[in-house]
Structures are given as structure tokens and as C-alpha cells.
Design a protein around this ligand. Structure first.
Ligand code: GLN
Length: 549
């Protein structure tokens, strides 16, 4: 064990049986349950050999989450930030790509001269070194380490082994292991089956980890009888078997863990005096459970087949809805269907209360999105555009209001005579693909007496970016002359950050990804204003003074 170094309490979360059980939301929920003012740092360890998920297809991997520091990370960081209301850092996302890269670079530099470099000890030690560095840099009170994948996978084995060694390094009383397992209910026998979980716990023990509690994902709440059986067969106390049934919304999970006694279990195990702090949280969850109003919002995109690629957008809408007790029902519109003439914008949007065009890349589905924006603008349906959504709203406005029928983005048509959206000058010579876009949080200067100004109630705001293109400065004055309002700009007016239209219930778009900074207890202003407008409310509740500091 180290002496003279900062020693946090460490909670390791592993998973078993199968993927897709919601380990990320379980980990975020545990973190939220124990959040009581102490500093919590959340680490996620991914098995894949990509350095980061920025180069992966969102349909395969889900959304790429962008942190304030510009790191492109696993979407579980979205859960951590939304549940904990903290800003995570790129260095908190370990990937096997980063770990192997680091070991091989050291080997080439001659740092291990004469040695044979192996998974054990070199890769395992590197993982421990990265965790130690996070502890040293952040000095957290509690370090939560989520290991991606399931126990038994080849590609997370070095993380599991490093987790095993934590007790030796940091002390028995400072490290605890929670394991998410699966208890299926079989309809034909009408009861939960514990065998997969039994085998899973046996495998975990074989790898050297003895769980302090098992979190049992299942369709229904586990009965005392089933918990007793699992405890007996897995060599645990009944109190260490935590039921984690399916929930209608993920924000219920911390409340469920509280009910299951997880907080007192962690306090006892780690000798902590944590108290819960879930008052506001519970009120918001109640608003989601028993909404007073309902709205239908159309999400118009091209990855609609995998909802995970829009995870943060969906959550940001939920947060806004929770504030005003509105149930937000989503209608997914595949814009390629509109482009191919299989669906008209009017039919696609019939009966919706709002239209959201999220971020995207490439040319497929673009004309469909533009057609949808035109319909929303003409029919004055509340509209929110995110990133590509802003760029396409500018193209739509240029074509149909500024009379530039061939206006386009050079991303979709490099030969357009009116490149109202063009590559950022600093992106022109960038050819490497990983982590090279305009990424992370930057300051937007809000324009006084605009909707943006009222929504943020401030003269500046910080939102996160992930893009290569921008509104072409050569067209700023033509757009403004035709009535488009730039609600925020950056870099001394060069980059248009927010656009809006006057005399609409709500027409707002952002070059940033506002969904990334939304949290259940602190929704993003642009999303809150949008959902309020969709409910027929004024976008901003309180009258806004004419000028701000
Ligand atoms: N494809 C656009 C760009 O690179 C928008 C990106 C996005 O929506 N994230 O600028």
C-alpha cells in the first residue's frame, strides 16, 4: 500500500452475463446516490483499441459524447454529467487504445530495456498508473471506476486484473466492488432464474474479484425469496443482493438503489458517513411520473434506427419536460424518406408540437431535413436546430427567404454557387480524422435583446462544439438583412453560434450541441425554452430586463 499519497474511497463497477444491461446508468445512479458534496470522479474503462470513440459510427457505438475540454468520449460520460452535474475530463476515459499506445511508446523509447513486454504486468500496471495519476491530479474523495464490457471478455481483462490489485494498493477498507448481473424472468416457467447470475459471480471470483454487492438487473423487483436464494448460492448476505428492475425512466434508478439500502451498504463497507441529497431529484422524477401536459416532438435525422445516437438530445428533452411536468413523446422522422419522396413534410409533421433537427454529417438526408425546416418555419411550428440543424436552417432561409435557390453547404455540394455554409478556415488543412474537429466548450457572446439573451439571462454562455463547417461570413449581412437574427457569435462575430427568427413562437438553432450541457436538475436553456414553447408557454418564464450586466 502507498503511504503519503491521497487515498480516495474507490468503488469499482463491473458487469456480467450480457451487454446492454445499463451499466453506465447504474454507475451514474450509484454516483448520484452517494453525491453529498464530496468530490466524485468517474472513470470509464473501455476495451476497444480505438484511442477514442470519435472515429466510430454512431449507429454502431451510440453517440460520441463531447466533454468541455474537447475530449470525445464514451456516451456513459453523458450519464455521469447528467446525473452528477459535474464536468468530466478526457483523461477519465481509459481505452485499451490509449493504454497500449502508451506502453508501446514507452517500449520504443527504451523505458523497459531488456524486458519482455506483456499484458501482465505491463499493461495491467499501466492501467494502475493511469488510475493513480487521476487520483493524484484530482484528489477525489470518491473514485468510481466503471469497467466496460462483461467479465470474461478478453478485451477488458487487464482492467479487471488491475481492479483486483486495487485492494493491495489502497487498502481493503477503501475499495469495494459492485457487480451488475442479470436475472431473467422466463415466461414459460413464470419465475426468475438465478443460474446465469450464479455462473457469472463464480466467473468474477475466478478472476479474483469478490463482490461487495450484486446489482441484479431483471424485469421485475426480486422477491425476498429469490434474494435469499442468490445470497446462499453466491456466498453473500441477503442485504448484498440489490434488486435493479426495469424502470420507465432512468432517473428512477438512484431512488430505487436508495430503497434497496445501497447507501448504507456503501457507508458500512467503506466506513463513510454519506448522506443522501435527493430532494429536488425526487420532485423532478415525480414530474416525469405524473405529467400535467403532453407534447409530441419530431426528431428529424438519419440515424433514427439507433436511438442511442441521439441519447443526449433525448435526455435534454426529458430534463426540460421534467421542469414543467410535461411528457415529451418523440416522433422519429427518417429524413431520407422525405428526400426520396416516400413521405411529405406535412404528413411527417402532422400533429407535432415541435420540430428538432439534430446534428449530423454528410449529404444523405440533408434535403429531407431542409424540407422539414421549411415546413416548420412556414407553419410557425416551434423549431430547435442543433449544429447541422443550424447550418441547414441557414441554407433553408438563404434559399427561400434570401432568394439564393442553389445555396448549400460545401459539405453536401462542394460546387455550390452560394456556399452559405463553408469549412472553418482553421479546418481547411486538417486531414487526420481523430479528435481534429472544432471540439469542446467555448464562449459564445450573446446579442442583447434577443431570445438567446433572454433564455440565458446573461451576456455570455459556454456551449460545446463538434463541427468542421460554419456560417460563411461572406453571407452574414445578407442573412441579417432578410431578417435572420444572430443570437450569439464567437471569435469577435466571425462564427455564428445561435440564430433565431423574430415573431415566432420559437425558432432557435445552435452551432453548438446544447444537449451536452443539459442535466436533470439544470436543463439547458435552449431546450427548456423549446419544450415550453411546444407546450404553448412563453419560452422564458420571467420577464427579462432590457439590459444585462
Ligand atoms: N457536419 C457539420 C459540420 O461538420 C455539422 C456537425 C454536427 O452536426 N455535429 O460542421
Amino acid at each position: 500500500m502507498f503511504s503519503g499519497v491521497h487515498i480516495p474511497k474507490i468503488v469499482v463497477i463491473t458487469g456480467g452475463v450480457l451487454s446492454g444491461l445499463g451499466k453506465g446508468t447504474a454507475a451514474a445512479s450509484i454516483a448520484r446516490l452517494i453525491k453529498d458534496g464530496r468530490k466524485i470522479v468517474t472513470v470509464k474503462c473501455d476495451g476497444y483499441l480505438n484511442v477514442d470513440p470519435g472515429t466510430m459510427n454512431p449507429v454502431e457505438h451510440g453517440e460520441v459524447f463531447v466533454l468541455a475540454d474537447g475530449g470525445e468520449v464514451d456516451m456513459d460520460f453523458g450519464h455521469y454529467e447528467r446525473f452528477l452535474d459535474i464536468n468530466c475530463k478526457f483523461s477519465w476515459n481509459l481505452t485499451s487504445g490509449k493504454i497500449f499506445n502508451s506502453v508501446i511508446t514507452k517500449e520504443r523509447k527504451g523505458e523497459f530495456l531488456g524486458k519482455t513486454i506483456q499484458i501482465f504486468p505491463h499493461i495491467v500496471n499501466e492501467v494502475l498508473l493511469w488510475w493513480a495519476k487521476i487520483i493524484e491530479d484530482e484528489k477525489p474523495d470518491i473514485l468510481l471506476i466503471e469497467v466496460g464490457g462483461t467479465v470474461g471478455d478478453i478485451e477488458n481483462s487487464w482492467y479487471i486484473d488491475a481492479a483486483r490489485l486495487l485492494k493491495k494498493r489502497y487498502g481493503q477498507e477503501n475499495v469495494c466492488y459492485l457487480h451488475l448481473t442479470y436475472v431473467p424472468f422466463l415466461d414459460n416457467v413464470g419465475e426468475p432464474k438465478t443460474k446465469p447470475a450464479q455462473r457469472d459471480i463464480a466467473l468474477l471470483r475466478e478472476k479474483g474479484l469478490s463482490p461487495d454487492a450484486i446489482l441484479c438487473r431483471s424485469r421485475m423487483q426480486l422477491s425476498k425469496k429469490v434474494k435469499d436464494k442468490l445470497a446462499l448460492l453466491c456466498d453473500l448476505e441477503t442485504g448484498q443482493v440489490i434488486s435493479a428492475p426495469d424502470v420507465s425512466n432512468i432517473y428512477e434508478i438512484p431512488l430505487n438503489f436508495r430503497k434497496e439500502g445501497l447507501l448504507s451498504l456503501l457507508n458500512a463497507r467503506l466506513r463513510l458517513p454519506l448522506t443522501e441529497n435527493l430532494g429536488v431529484w425526487e420532485t423532478l422524477v415525480n414530474n416525469i411520473r405524473t405529467p400535467k401536459r403532453e407534447v409530441v416532438i419530431a426528431i428529424c435525422g438519419k440515424y433514427t434506427e439507433l436511438r442511442d445516437s441521439y441519447a443526449s438530445v433525448i435526455e435534454a428533452l426529458t430534463h426540460a419536460g421534467a421542469q414543467i411536468a410535461a411528457k415529451v413523446t418523440l416522433r422519429w422522422i427518417e429524413t431520407t424518406d422525405i428526400e426520396e419522396g416516400k413521405l411529405t413534410p406535412a404528413a411527417a409533421l402532422a400533429g407535432v408540437n415541435g420540430v428538432l433537427v439534430p446534428g449530423g454529417f454528410g449529404s444523405r438526408g440533408v434535403e429531407g431535413k431542409i424540407a422539414v425546416i421549411k415546413h416548420a418555419r412556414e407553419q410557425k411550428i416551434p423549431f430547435l436546430g442543433i449544429c447541422y440543424g443550424l447550418q441547414l436552417a441557414v441554407i433553408e432561409f438563404a434559399r427561400h427567404v434570401c432568394n439564393l435557390p442553389d445555396a448549400n453547404t460545401t459539405e453536401a455540394n462542394p460546387a455550390t454557387p452560394h456556399p452559405v455554409i463553408n469549412i472553418l478556415p482553421e479546418q481547411r488543412d486538417v486531414f487526420l480524422k481523430g479528435g481534429t474537429m472544432r471540439l469542446g466548450a467555448s464562449k459564445n457572446d450573446l446579442t442583447r435583446n434577443t431570445l438567446a439573451h433572454a433564455l440565458y439571462h446573461a451576456v455570455e454562455c459556454w456551449e460545446r462544439h463538434r463541427h468542421r463547417y460554419e456560417v460563411n461570413p461572406d453571407y452574414h449581412s445578407r442573412l441579417e438583412a432578410a431578417g435572420m437574427v444572430f443570437g450569439a457569435t464567437s471569435q469577435h462575430g466571425r462564427i455564428v453560434e445561435f440564430i433565431e427568427l423574430k415573431d415566432y413562437p420559437y425558432f432557435f438553432a445552435s452551432q453548438a450541441h446544447n444537449e451536452l450541457t443539459s442535466r436533470l436538475e439544470r436543463p439547458n436553456p435552449a431546450f427548456l425554452g423549446f419544450v415550453r414553447a411546444c407546450c404553448g408557454l412563453v419560452p422564458v418564464e420571467h420577464a427579462v430586463p432590457n439590459s444585462f450586466i
